[in-house]
Structures are given as structure tokens and as C-alpha cells.
Design a protein. Structure first.
Ligand code: NAP
Length: 320
């Protein structure tokens, strides 16, 4: 089969299309024919060798994908060959024509959701769900700022928060991105590149601030986030690409919390809850992954360039 292989850590150019042996399902495993693979920023950190967890070389990147179960190993009872699934983590990497997964890493993909959309479920929606409900303990009636709402996690967070009865403020850096945030359910949309946009947020909340901030770029925004929090507000740090000085007093005076969140820390019990919620949302149409661009598998290097550029509008997926 064809797969992207990384034989040394480095820039996008280390993503090479190669011919590799087909995977075979051992006990408790399934082989999925991948119809689409999701590209996430974390894939670029892993490829560059900068990520805390480094896979042994060579490896095939990708933890998101969707397709059809081709074969199952001994002892697999919950899934069957021929089933449409989305992939949530993978033993072999999803940037490939076939992916080897544990039975627990594949989940039903409802007919109404395309494979390309299915490739944008696990990391974006799993992250947004865990941040909003486990970490921030969001409740209906609260207000949330999705700081960076135009990308994969942001769109997911807007849809989830809106459906849960929160008032949603979302930011985007381009007009097209902000239009997407608006159509996906944000009540108010702001431009995180415009001077004074957080003053506008304070005005819109009557000077109170927001109960929750889901932060996609904490190294730029964390200090400002603390200033726009309501009493007992919570900031969930989802993305950060560096250090930032903050004034702890801004947290202290509000009884505020800053909570870090990494999806890969989720326990199996938490993941079972998350997937039950995501499958229900996909079935009902509440959750509608947005695909910005489909690229052929051989364009993985281009996809890694695009996912790190500004101007997000949902997901980039690779088609094997
Ligand atoms: P993405 O699709 O590339 O989206 C990035 C988002 O950040 C876009 O909405 C972008 O908006 C926004 N952004 C850019 N500059 C900003 C600024 N100054 N202030 C606020 N937002 C800004 O990436 P993603 O998949 O949504 O992931 C977002 C971040 O979370 C990444 O850093 C990723 O590594 C991280 N992440 C963490 C976890 C975890 O487990 N902790 C899981 C998934 C992702 P414009 O392009 O419109 O400017």
C-alpha cells in the first residue's frame, strides 16, 4: 500500500510517499481502508521532532481519519468488516491507504457524515469537548470566548457550545474565517487581529467579561484572557507555541482558573464519554465537521505548510 513515511525528523519535505507492506490485524485490532486522513498542527510538531513524545523512525504520521473496516483480528466483537468508522488514534498512522487500529480507536461514522468530515472528528471535536465540558465544566447559560474559532478545534467548540446553550463569542483572523465562525453558530464574531477587539467583547458582555475562554494561542493571549474573565472564570489552554508573562493578580481577584488541557492525557473512561457524545452529535447533525480543503496523500508536505499558516477555515484532509 501507499503511505507517507518519515525517516528523519525535519521540515515538511521529510514527508515522503512510499510503498510499504499492508498491515494485518492481530488480536483486538482492526485494519481500516482509509478514505480520508485529517491533518492536525500536532502532526507537524511530531514530524519536526519538537514534540515531547517522539515516535521511533521510520513512522507514518496521522491520528485522525475515516474509512471502512477491511478486516478484524481475533477477539474483536464490537466492530465488523464493512463498517464505516472514524479513527481516533492509530497504531500505524493514518496518512496511508490502510491503518491498523485498536478496536477501541474506531467509532461508527453515521451515513450523513462524509469520510472527509470523519477525518476531522477526533482531535478537533475530542479536544473541544474535553476542554469545554471536562476542564471548564461549562453549563447552559454561560458565556464562552472561543479564542481562535476559525480552525479545526475552534469550529468544533463553537458548534458544541452553541448546542449546549452557551452564548458564544468566536474570533477569526480573516473575513472568510469570521464568516465561517458566524455560520457555525457564534452569537458574536470578533477579529483577533483588530486593535481593541477585546474592548468590544467587554462591551458586548456589559462589562462583565466571559465565564470561559478556550484559548488556541496562549503565548499571545493568556495575559489578555485573564482581563476579560468574569468572576470565577476559567481559561482552558488548548494551544500555545511559546512563553508569556501574566499578572497572577488578574486571576486572583476573580477567583479565576487557568487549566491546561492535552487530549492525549484523556483516560480510556473519559474517551468513552467523549466518543458517545461525538457520535450522538454526528448522528443528529449538531456536529458538522467543516472541510476547508482536500489534498491527495502525496501532497502531505503542502498540507503541513497550510495547517500552520494563518487564515484557517476548518480542516485540511488528505485523500489516499
Ligand atoms: P488550526 O485549524 O490551524 O487553527 C488555528 C486557529 O488559531 C485559527 O482559528 C486561527 O485563526 C487562530 N489564531 C491565529 N492567531 C490567533 C490569535 N492571535 N489569537 C487567537 N487565535 C488565533 O488549528 P487547530 O487544530 O484548531 O488547533 C489550534 C491550536 O490548538 C494549535 O496550536 C494546536 O496545536 C492546539 N491543539 C491542542 C490540542 C490539545 O490537546 N491541547 C489538541 C488539538 C489542537 P486565523 O487563522 O483565522 O487567524
Amino acid at each position: 500500500m501507499k503511505a507517507i513515511q518519515v525517516t528523519q525528523f525535519g521540515g515538511p519535505e521529510v514527508l515522503k510517499l512510499a510503498e510499504v507492506p499492508d498491515p494485518a490485524a492481530a488480536a483486538g485490532q482492526v485494519v481500516v481502508r482509509v478514505e480520508a486522513a485529517g491533518v492536525n498542527p500536532v502532526d507537524t510538531y511530531i514530524r519536526s521532532g519538537a514534540y515531547a513524545r517522539k515516535p521511533p523512525l521510520p513512522f507514518t504520521p496521522g491520528m485522525d481519519g475515516a474509512g471502512v473496516i477491511e478486516s478484524i483480528g481475533p477477539g474483536v466483537t464490537g466492530r465488523a468488516a464493512g463498517e464505516r468508522v472514524y479513527i481516533a488514534g492509530c497504531l500505524s498512522g493514518t496518512y496511508a491507504q490502510k491503518a491498523l487500529c485498536l478496536e477501541q480507536q474506531v467509532h461508527p461514522l453515521p451515513q450523513r457524515v462524509s469520510y472527509a468530515q470523519g477525518a476531522g472528528v477526533f482531535v478537533p471535536y475530542g479536544t473541544a469537548w474535553r476542554a469545554l465540558f471536562f476542564c471548564a465544566r461549562a453549563t447552559p447559560g454561560e458565556t464562552v470566548l472561543v479564542h481562535g474559532a476559525s480552525g479545526g478545534v475552534g469550529v468544533a467548540a463553537v458548534q458544541l457550545a452553541r448546542a449546549a446553550g452557551l452564548t458564544v463569542f468566536g474570533t477569526g483572523g480573516t473575513e472568510a474565517g469570521r464568516e465561517l465562525v458566524r455560520t457555525q453558530g457564534a452569537h458574536h464574531v470578533l477579529d483577533h487581529r483588530a486593535p481593541g477587539y477585546l474592548d468590544e467583547l467587554m462591551k458586548l458582555t456589559g462589562g462583565r467579561g466571559v465565564d470561559i475562554v478556550l484559548e488556541m494561542l496562549a503565548n499571545v493571549n493568556l495575559a489578555k484572557d485573564l482581563e476579560v474573565l468574569a468572576p470565577r472564570g476559567r481559561v482552558v489552554v488548548i494551544g500555545s507555541r511559546g512563553a508569556i508573562p501574566i499578572d497572577p493578580r488578574a486571576a486572583m481577584t476573580r477567583d479565576a482558573s487557568i487549566v491546561g488541557m492535552a487530549l492525549l492525557n484523556a483516560t480510556p473512561a473519559e474517551l468513552a464519554i467523549v466518543h458517545a457524545a461525538l457520535v450522538a452529535g454526528l448522528e443528529s447533525g449538531t456536529l458538522r465537521p467543516i472541510v476547508r480543503q482536500e489534498l491527495p496523500l502525496g501532497s502531505a508536505a503542502r498540507a503541513h505548510g497550510l495547517v500552520m499558516e494563518s487564515g484557517a477555515q476548518g480542516k485540511i484532509v488528505l485523500i489516499p
